[in-house]
Design a protein around this ligand. Structure first.
Ligand SMILES: *[C@@H]1O[C@H](CO)[C@@H](O)[C@H](O)[C@H]1NC(C)=O
Ligand SMILES: *[C@@H]1O[C@H](CO)[C@@H](O)[C@H](O)[C@H]1NC(C)=O
Length: 255
């Protein structure tokens, strides 16, 4: 897989799957615009990418903010003059049921996981049509299977999957491909930021050995390899897929 000659915009690049994807893309030769909330971590990712001799700019900010989304796209185009690949990776998780989730928490999660993607993708689209580029959305196994206790996250990821398929069909005639990856449990900061303490997280990872057919949680590099494949010309005939990268979890049923 090669991304030489490509320019990519990656959101949520300061940590986790976004950071792993940024570093892999730089190794594969892509110039990058990286977007994230934590300035220090974002610069850290950017410098690691620059060590692979690609051109990188960063935009620090919160994607719930419309002007920041507009500024991000503006700076990406201003710096690189074109866009081939958009990786919609930024996202948050929250636990809770209908009883325990407030409307405000639901709105916040939807704003980050869906609304920001809608707006950023809309702004990117003319550039992606020009370049016959592609989009990879980072979804979740919770988009295709249902789990108790994570209502708004699951709803947001199911919406993301349907967005992926609809947009793939809407822009196929323009040769823009749109795909998603659906990771299972991946070792990142996501769950702890979503409210799990250290002990709870350790227990969650231990349980992942039984909830994933391959007997373990995944790591961010395993997801970034799949993102790079879908974003590359090696996947030139693939559009509208929501591809599980989950150690077989999507195929399992309790028994
Ligand atoms: C990436 O950046 C380098 C350095 O500025 C430039 O020479 C190259 O043409 C860029 N590649 C793309 C695909 O824009
Ligand atoms: C993912 O892909 C579609 C196509 O880009 C895009 O419209 C959508 O906004 C992206 N994110 C989501 C939410 O699906």
């Amino acid at each position: 897989v090669s991304l030489i000659g490509k320019t990519a915009l990656i959101t949520g690049a300061s940590s986790g799957i976004g950071r792993a994807t940024s570093i892999l893309f730089s190794k594969l030769g892509a110039n990058l615009t990286l977007c994230g909330r934590n300035k220090e971590n974002l610069e850290n990712t950017a410098n690691e990418c620059r060590s692979n001799n690609v051109k990188v700019n960063t935009v620090c900010g919160d994607l719930t903010n419309s002007p920041i989304i507009e500024g991000t796209m503006h700076q990406a185009i201003d710096f690189h003059k074109k866009l081939d690949i958009l990786v919609n990776n930024a996202g948050i998780i929250a636990l809770g049921t209908l009883e325990t989730t407030s409307v405000e928490d639901f709105d916040l999660l939807m704003n980050i996981n869906i609304r920001s993607v809608f707006q950023l993708t809309k702004l990117a689209l003319p550039h992606l049509i020009d370049s016959r580029g592609n989009i990879v959305n980072v979804s979740s196994v919770t988009g295709i299977r249902s789990f108790p206790g994570g209502l708004s996250y699951g709803v947001s990821k199911a919406a993301l999957d349907q967005f992926t398929r609809c947009t793939a069909l809407d822009f196929a005639a323009k040769q823009v491909r749109v795909n998603a990856v659906n990771p299972g449990v991946v070792i990142t900061e996501l769950q702890k930021r979503g409210g799990l303490d250290e002990a709870g997280y350790a227990e969650f990872l231990e349980k992942s050995k039984t909830t994933h057919a391959l007997g373990r949680p995944g790591n961010a590099d395993e997801v970034s390899e799949t993102i790079a494949f879908l974003a590359s010309d090696a996947a030139s005939f693939i559009t509208g897929v929501t591809l599980p990268v989950d150690g077989g979890r999507h195929a399992m049923c309790p028994r």
